[in-house]
Design a protein around this ligand. Structure first.
Ligand code: NAP
Ligand code: MG
Length: 495
């Protein structure tokens, strides 16, 4: 593999090698704060109950490949029970309590999440592989914010839709992926409850543990039984939930392929889909290059690149290509890959062997199609699934690595000369979830973003999230919006 430090460059600056200069002593976060049960049931009607089939599956720590726990394998019968419980809770209590009371429950959940934030962060990093500094500083605070934000809306829904009447939909089936397990659960549950709906949630197979801890918190918050139900399992449980005739709403975050199948099988017209992306991060020659490089790092190496809105394509203006690539190469050499629980770790474990294999196969495709592969030679642990940060130069628009989601810490770098060319290239994928623009000129940002087919465009920053900002995609990146006042509309009948 190419060594970044030895890569020939056009820059005359001395090579930097921060990685080996500043080795830190290990600073592992303690796991004493989490209490993982050897086995978990489904959370249905306020209780943890064994799976109907009696079957369980393992969830592992992808950084060590050790089994953390066994979790109920949900099937049609479990989904039926959970939907029945959610319907009974909707009709019996949740649709009858006052809106301020709904808000109080959500505030209570938000505060309990804050109280147990360290536990949630450690568990998220153990089950999913993300670095503790991300689960601790990004995921869990955003989860609490989502509950606080939606708690505030619960009794003000008519202000979000002036001169219209709003009412809840009923029971929502919600299916989420493994890249932001607890955050995606919060994105789904908080608005649904604020709007007066009840929920059946299906977390991803590789990351069920924080959703189950959230179920415990919900139990502690004394939510009426059945308002939130969690059915764990694989795609079979997901498909049973998505196509259930007892639902009034289906919300899904995951791959475009599964999203399309869900759209076809759902029995309700109320469907929202948050799907894949192939975001372009566009760097103009007048951009603050050092800041832009930090934005690129945050855009693609953050969370091992397991981010639907990751800036996985870098479009850099030809005149600054060599400078940007050199600076990026220097910066990547400083990124530490390893134990997700170590506070110094920048890049944790790839979520599963399957995802690791998917990244490797797309990297091989990139090499075979003629792009040049560069990878940091940072040491990676021998056990677990780790992928050192990497990038491709010489990427053509037609390459698979320019069109398909790699969903790993691998960047595809391309160039452009004019703003129009940048827009054309940015829009040249089947996706349209997000993009980034780096330039000194505000007018250029506005001109560009009016032409870009992306649901979110960050200007001189990247991967920033806020519960008040709607999120969602164009084209095959999705259907509908989540977050903000727009996201509420997806959980309401608005007349
Ligand atoms: P996925 O395979 O689509 O899985 C997502 C969820 O759907 C999981 O809970 C999965 O269960 C379940 N599932 C699988 N097959 C199903 C079926 N036939 N019917 C119903 N549910 C089914 O996606 P993933 O690989 O977990 O996640 C990565 C993808 O999600 C990427 O494409 C990424 O871009 C996208 N994503 C998008 C957003 C966004 O907001 N736009 C956010 C995060 C991720 P199992 O875990 O058991 O397979
Ligand atoms: Mg796991």
């Amino acid at each position: 593999m190419a060594n970044l430090q030895e890569k020939p460059t056009s820059s005359s600056r001395p090579k930097l090698n921060f990685g080996s200069k500043w080795d830190y002593a290990p600073a592992p976060e303690s796991t004493a704060v989490v209490d993982i049960a050897p086995e978990y049931g489904q959370f249905i009607a306020g209780e943890f109950v064994p799976p109907s089939s009696g079957q369980t599956f393992e969830t592992i720590n992808p950084a060590t490949e050790e089994v953390l726990s066994r979790v109920a394998r949900g099937c049609q019968a479990d989904v039926d029970k959970a939907v029945t419980a959610a319907r009974a809770a909707y009709e019996g209590t949740w649709s009858k309590i006052s809106a301020p009371d709904r808000g109080k429950y959500l505030y209570r959940i938000a505060r309990l999440i804050q109280d147990r934030s360290r536990e949630f962060a450690v568990l998220e990093s153990m089950d999913g592989g993300k670095p503790i500094k991300e689960s601790r500083d990004v995921d869990i605070p955003l989860v609490a914010q989502h509950f606080f934000y939606h708690a505030g809306w619960a009794d003000k829904l008519e202000y979000a839709f002036p001169n219209q009447t709003v009412s809840s939909l009923g029971v929502a089936g919600q299916i989420i992926p493994w890249n932001f397990p607890l955050l995606m659960a919060a994105w789904k549950i908080a608005p649904a409850l604020a709007c007066g709906n009840t929920v059946v949630l299906k977390p991803a197979e590789t990351t069920p543990l924080t959703a189950l801890l959230l179920a415990k918190v919900i139990q502690e918050a004394d939510l009426p039984p059945g308002v939130v139900n969690v059915v764990t399992g694989d795609g079979e449980a997901g498909a049973a939930l998505a196509s259930h005739p007892g639902l009034d709403k289906v919300a899904f975050t995951g791959s475009t392929e599964v999203g399309k199948a869900i759209r076809r099988s759902a029995k309700t017209r109320n469907v929202t889909l948050e799907l894949g992306g192939k975001a372009a991060n566009i760097i103009f020659e007048d951009a603050p290059i050092d800041q832009a490089v930090e934005g690129i790092i945050n855009g693609i190496y953050f969370n091992q690149g397991h981010v639907c809105c990751a800036g996985s394509r870098l479009l850099v203006q030809e005149s600054v290509h060599d400078e940007v690539v050199q600076k990026l190469s220097d910066r990547i050499a400083t990124l530490r890959v390893g134990d997700p629980l170590d506070k110094n770790t920048d890049i944790g474990a790839i979520n599963s062997r399957e995802q690791y294999d998917r990244i490797c196969s797309l990297v091989e495709a990139g090499k075979a199609e003629g792009a040049e592969f560069h990878q940091s030679d940072v040491p990676v642990p021998g056990k677990g699934f780790f992928f050192a940060p990497a990038y491709f130069t010489g990427v053509a628009q037609s390459h698979r690595i320019a069109q398909e989601e790699i969903f790993g810490p691998v960047l595809s770098i391309m160039t452009f000369r004019t703003p129009d060319e940048a827009v054309a290239k940015a829009n040249n994928t089947k996706y349209g979830l997000s993009a980034g623009i780096w330039t000194d000129k505000g007018s250029r940002i506005f001109k560009m973003l009016s032409k870009m087919n992306a649901g979110v465009v960050w200007a001189n920053t990247f991967n920033k999230f806020d519960p008040s900002s709607p999120f969602g995609g164009y084209k095959e990146s999705g259907w509908g919006r989540e977050g903000g006042a727009q996201g509420l509309g997806a959980y309401l009948e608005v007349k």
